[in-house]
Design a protein around this ligand. Structure first.
Ligand SMILES: NC(=O)c1ccc[n+]([C@@H]2O[C@H](COP(=O)([O-])OP(=O)(O)OC[C@H]3O[C@@H](n4cnc5c(N)ncnc54)[C@H](O)[C@@H]3O)[C@@H](O)[C@H]2O)c1
Length: 274
């Protein structure tokens, strides 16, 4: 059911690769809620992914390639988006993450620092670069909303998550620091959503992902949130109904983050001991 929550709003959605991507589901929901937006991803993802299909489903949304580590590319995304959409931007989704160490299964304690720097650059500093580019070009309207996607490994250790945990901690810190600056400067809101483990290309690349996923499912009173539910939550943050929410890391995880243990998990552990 659509509520016209984003009617007349203009946005930019970074990070839709295929239909499993969180950004894909969020784009569909933004379209359903009346927004117009551009889609951006890394040049290689534009070649390998299915973003053209998504564009067609979203009223032929313009696709603008950008490596999110390049401020030139990001400035181009904002300039072109304002041109194509006919004005300043009301919402931005940062749904970008990649760790060469995770990909190559290099353990955290034996990290390659070159890889580590790439992880931080792509998965965290790019969020700062997105906002710095927007601020430089004065590309956002007052009360615009910027959202990035995070994971609870920023607060608690999940060993297979490797250096992405450090990247997420920095991502959430950037939301607070930039949110403070952008709030005073232009009433722009900046938040991160800490999402349940979700079956996507980036998610499934994490070692032990299946175990994370099932453990979280059994621990969370409401069960894991899926990508479509993440999209529903995200559009509330892009809407005018949440104008005073900023600098927050918002858990969207069925209660996982505040649950110590569940009866089901205790029973399973007891069974294994018998
Ligand atoms: N899947 C999960 O379990 C989960 C849970 C919590 C948070 N997240 C976060 O959600 C976000 C989206 O991930 P997803 O799970 O939808 O997977 P995904 O693989 O579909 O999306 C990751 C995106 O990052 C893009 N990307 C990588 N390097 C880039 C670069 N240099 N420049 C521009 N784009 C680049 C990829 O092309 C891809 O579209 C990530 O930040 C991820 O960490 C995922």
């Amino acid at each position: 059911m659509a509520y016209n929550l984003l009617k007349g709003k203009r946005g930019i959605i970074f990070g839709a690769l295929d239909e499993k991507s969180m950004a894909w589901q969020i784009a569909l929901k933004c379209h359903e809620e009346g927004a117009t937006f551009t889609l951006s991803n890394a040049p290689i993802a534009l070649r390998m992914g299915k973003i053209n299909e998504l564009s067609a489903l979203c009223g032929n949304a313009e696709i603008i390639g950008a490596d999110a580590t390049s401020t030139d590319d990001l400035e181009n995304v904002f300039t072109k988006s304002m041109e194509v959409l006919g004005g300043k931007i009301d919402f931005v989704l940062h749904s970008i993450g990649m760790s060469p160490n995770v990909r190559k299964k290099i353990p955290y304690t034996e990290t390659s620092y070159e890889n580590f720097q790439k992880t931080i650059d792509i998965s965290a500093l790019s969020f700062h670069k997105v906002m710095q580019s927007a601020m430089k070009l004065d590309a956002l309207n007052e009360w615009a909303s910027v959202v990035a996607l995070s994971y609870i490994a920023a607060q608690r250790t999940f060993p297979g998550y490797n250096d992405m945990a450090d990247a997420k901690a920095l991502l959430e810190s950037i939301a607070r620091s930039f949110g403070f600056q952008y709030g005073f400067k232009k009433k722009v809101r900046v938040n991160t959503i800490s999402q349940s483990p979700t079956i996507t290309t980036a998610g499934s690349g994490v070692e032990g992902f299946n175990a994370f996923y099932h453990y979280a499912q059994k621990l969370s009173p409401l069960g894991n949130a899926d990508a479509e539910e993440c999209a529903n939550y995200t559009i509330t943050l892009f809407s005018d109904l949440t104008r005073k929410v900023t600098m927050q890391n918002l858990f969207h995880d069925g209660g996982f983050s505040f649950t110590g243990v569940s009866v089901e998990l205790v029973e399973q552990i007891m069974l294994n001991q018998e």
